[in-house]
Design a protein around this ligand. Structure first.
Ligand SMILES: Cc1cc2nc3c(=O)[nH]c(=O)nc-3n(C[C@H](O)[C@H](O)[C@H](O)COP(=O)(O)O)c2cc1C
Length: 178
């Protein structure tokens, strides 16, 4: 079985990104899925002084261990002010201070969604530009606009968006099944 980590890059209890990442992970064949809630990894705001005084917090180490144990990662980015959510940026800042690269050469399927018409496209662009430097092997990516209009319990209702999405899912499946 392939171990898939599904992450919504948000701390919202009803995160649409967590929902989207989890839904997508359940489409992957031959997979054992772990859905991660960032609220289970509370961390202080990163600061060099805090790091020097107290070291890297246990929750950052635990999260990095989850990445290490995964065969593939499905990460859906929330967008706040055209950027990552603070909680996700903070988490990656802490992990980046550990040895090795944050994403540990793992295959990652990047998603983003928002209620608005751009579907988190700015956060997606930031991740596409920066994650490869942090050891991410990005297999495919997809942004879903207008989540509440385009997503139902049975998936993406817009057929054009759905075929692009399913193509991205298939590319990820192929990359992790090699
Ligand atoms: C502080 C703040 C800033 C936001 N900025 C953006 C933005 O720049 N672009 C966008 O598409 N949505 C923005 N939103 C709306 C989020 O996309 C929306 O809250 C979404 O549900 C976040 O995903 P989540 O449910 O996974 O947390 C913002 C929301 C908040 C609270």
């Amino acid at each position: 079985m392939l171990k898939i980590l599904a992450i919504g890059a948000s701390n919202s209890k009803e995160s649409i990104n967590k929902k989207f990442a989890g839904y997508t992970a359940n489409l992957i064949e031959n997979a054992e899925v772990t859905i991660v809630d960032l609220n289970d990894y509370p961390l202080p705001i990163y600061g060099i002084d805090l790091e020097q005084e107290k070291g890297i917090p246990e929750n950052a180490r635990k999260f990095s261990e989850q990445i290490k144990n995964a065969d593939g990662i499905i990460l859906s980015l929330a967008e706040h002010n055209s950027n990552f959510s603070s909680v996700f940026k903070n988490l990656t800042d802490w992990i980046s201070r550990m040895e090795g690269k944050t994403w540990q050469e793992k295959t990652i399927f990047l998603l983003s969604t928002s209620p608005g018409g751009r579907g988190g496209a700015s956060a997606m662009q930031i991740a596409l530009g920066s994650f490869p430097y942090a050891g991410a092997q990005i297999s495919s990516h997809f942004s879903l606009p207008k989540f509440y209009e385009n997503f139902t319990d049975s998936g993406i209702s817009d057929s054009e968006l759905n075929s692009k999405y399913l193509e991205a899912v298939a590319t990820f499946q192929k990359s992790i099944s090699k």
